[in-house]
Design a protein around this ligand. Structure first.
Ligand code: SAH
Length: 205
């Protein structure tokens, strides 16, 4: 997976490649699709949600430019897989998920795999998690109409927010970098995610 799906497609951050090689994806996917754990694709979770394709997780982690001592906020815990990858790349991870059953499953999977530096919180991550702010980097695993202002405000100076943003045709994975009061924006490429449902995302329904 690391060689064929990631390195060959432009993932060059060795720490990200190493983390992706160390986290057992099969420990986070539902039993019914376990045989497909290393496929080059997204896989179904319950509640119509998906565990992202490995390349997408790696591209998000690479764009976060982590060196190991950061405090990270993740929005959209899902299975807990990407949180486990982030735990190897940073000092502490706060991960917010809105669906209570997924929160329980992710907590159990992370604990079973000995991941201690991730705190999973149930709630609307489109408004972040103020008690842990500021964050050095934020990853959002669901597509929003734009970067939520509240998330940008929870970024440390120089911090990066990586998230898919809805455009006419497809979603565009984008990095927002905060420098003082300015926010610079750079597109990574087209992608497809489930919608970010919440106060600063899309409305449910
Ligand atoms: N990163 C996950 C995949 C997440 S899929 C993994 O590795 O498995 C996107 C997740 O975002 C879904 O679980 C969905 O319920 C969640 N989500 C959508 N809107 C949200 C919001 N406002 N706050 C928190 N989680 C949200």
């Amino acid at each position: 997976m690391v060689e064929r799906q990631l390195r060959r497609r432009g993932i060059s951050d060795e720490r990200v490649l190493d983390a992706m090689g160390r986290v057992p994806r099969e420990a986070y996917v539902p039993e019914a699709v376990r045989a497909k754990a290393y496929d080059d694709s997204a896989l179904p979770l319950s509640h119509e949600q998906t565990i992202s394709q490995p390349w997408v997780v790696a591209a998000i982690c690479q764009a976060m430019a982590l060196s190991g001592d950061e405090t990270v906020l993740e929005v959209g815990t899902g299975s807990g897989y990407s949180a486990a990858v982030l735990s190897l790349l940073s000092r502490a991870v706060v991960s917010v998920e809105r669906i209570p059953e997924l929160v329980e499953q992710a907590r159990a999977a992370l604990a079973a795999n000995g991941v201690a530096s991730v705190e999973v919180i149930c709630g609307d991550g489109s408004v972040g998690h103020p008690p842990g702010a500021p964050y050095d980097a934020i990853a959002v695993h669901a597509t929003g109409p734009g970067a939520p202002p509240t998330l940008l405000a929870q970024l440390a100076d120089g911090g990066r927010l990586v998230m898919p943003v809805a455009t006419g045709a497809s979603d565009l994975l984008t990095v927002f970098r905060r420098e003082g009061d300015e926010v610079a924006r750079r597109a990574i490429g087209p992608c497809r995610f489930v919608p970010l449902i919440g106060e600063e995302g899309f409305r449910p329904g």
